[in-house]
Design a protein around this ligand. Sequence first.
Ligand code: G1P
Ligand code: ZN
Length: 544
Amino acid sequence: MQVKTVPTRPIEGQLPGTSGLRKKVTVFQQPGYLENFVQSLFDVLPGLAGNTLVLGGDGRYFNDRAIQVILRMAAANGVGCVLVGRDGILSTPGLSDLVRQRHAFGGIVLSASHNPGGPDGDFGIKYNIGNGGPAPEKVTEAIHQRTLTIDRWLTLDSADIDLGRLGETALGAMRIEVVDPVASYARLMQQLFDFERLRALLARPGFRICFDAMHAVTGPYAQAILEGQLGAPAGSVINGVPLPDFGGGHPDPNPTYADELVARMCAADAPDFGAASDGDGDRNMIVGRRFIVTPSDSLAVLAANATLVPGYAAGLKGVARSMPTSGAVDRVAQALDIPCYETPTGWKFFGNLLDAGLCTLCGEESAGTGSDHVREKDGLWAVLFWLNILAVRGGSVESIVREHWQRFGRNVYSRHDYEGVDAAVARQIVADLRTALPTLAGRTAAGLKVLRADDFAYTDPVDGSVSRGQGLCVFFDEGSRLVLRASGTGTEGATLRLYLERFEPDTARQAVETQAALQPLIDAAEALTGLRARSGRQRPTVIT
Ligand code: G1P
Ligand code: ZN
């Protein structure tokens, strides 16, 4: 088959962010948009020729088209072999696992994570390196630089490949292997968790679970593992069929968007355990009966109970959390006498720590938890981890969290998102607080005294690289903190995130409602930033 060289010229807006290149589907549908980006990627990967790539996505609208384009371009660029999930489906952690198990050169994930899908929704493409994790900044920066000068892309004139059938085919000189998206991942889960105990838990009379796949990629994974291998009754997985538009929903597992799950978990006949995952399967939400677990608490609970789980029985080397994540896990690390790392937002920063063996568990307040088993956060893994803890300890989700608070204290925590804010206004709000930071110490805002304030910077302990400007932090008396940062993953206007945290050691006061407990901090944030007034919002778009 003859390689075709298609002349092109640079297209604006191809800067991959922390989670890859994320844009509206309509942007990706512009002629040459996807091709320019993929060719730029191939052009900056020395050593790719003759090697293996893993390719798959969360099944959202445009997934199938993009896969066919990428396969032809990979063949034309001399890639040796591409492993593709059946029907083009691979969850993000599933892809990370395959890259590692098959010692692939890298992987391409097609997803916009938790952003809505469909013709008017979002699409995205992200490159993962050979460790299975998101490409570091030097790679994404090289891709971006290449998009600025690109003048041609390579493809083959060939028909679409049938991705519905498992097995091998060829495209020119390139081998294509269509793999079962679940098989390898399920084997990994069997190594980490006590499947026999999980089966016994799910067989307990009256014990019921509900996993909401939100019509996204974890449907087939959850059905195969929870219902198939662990024997949860059919129907334990809801919204299990992946749809190109996620059934019109917003596949983000939080109390706002996973409202169907939350309603079921609040009903009189609620199941014992509820969970949900996002578009590409890397996020998780854990819910007990009428009790939602805050992601920061979830990470801390997993760390404190890790040795109950076979894969972590030998103990943890260390833990890591992103800066805006609450300090709950820090308290566990202190008790276990293991290191706790504080990284900027975004999973890629954990990769170096995991590769260097410095930590075992890591997590973010945005419902991402994971470990050294892959190099992405992993939604279903977190669900199995919780079930394994429940199987060993007994009790309920709520009792496990409350006992945790009794022992370690409670980091009362909430995130307020202001979505779709005018970009210029948002920039100014952040810039003004940044300018004010050096003057804040000693000042009082809404009755709270500021101890110190800083613009978070991170020096990677492994490679020494420095990331600055990662979020504005204001620390108050009594272990309270607020953080303001602009989202790097939104596709419309700007999203500002306000992270609020207050430490409550007093068991009697731990039961207080979260927003009420944080009200003084919420007022202080408004006093310091004028966020609501200046963005013209009465309240946040989403509270998690
Ligand atoms: C958000 C989350 C962050 C996560 C990222 C990718 O990024 O806040 O923790 O790593 O999505 O899932 P943000 O939009 O805040 O930049
Ligand atoms: Zn995701």
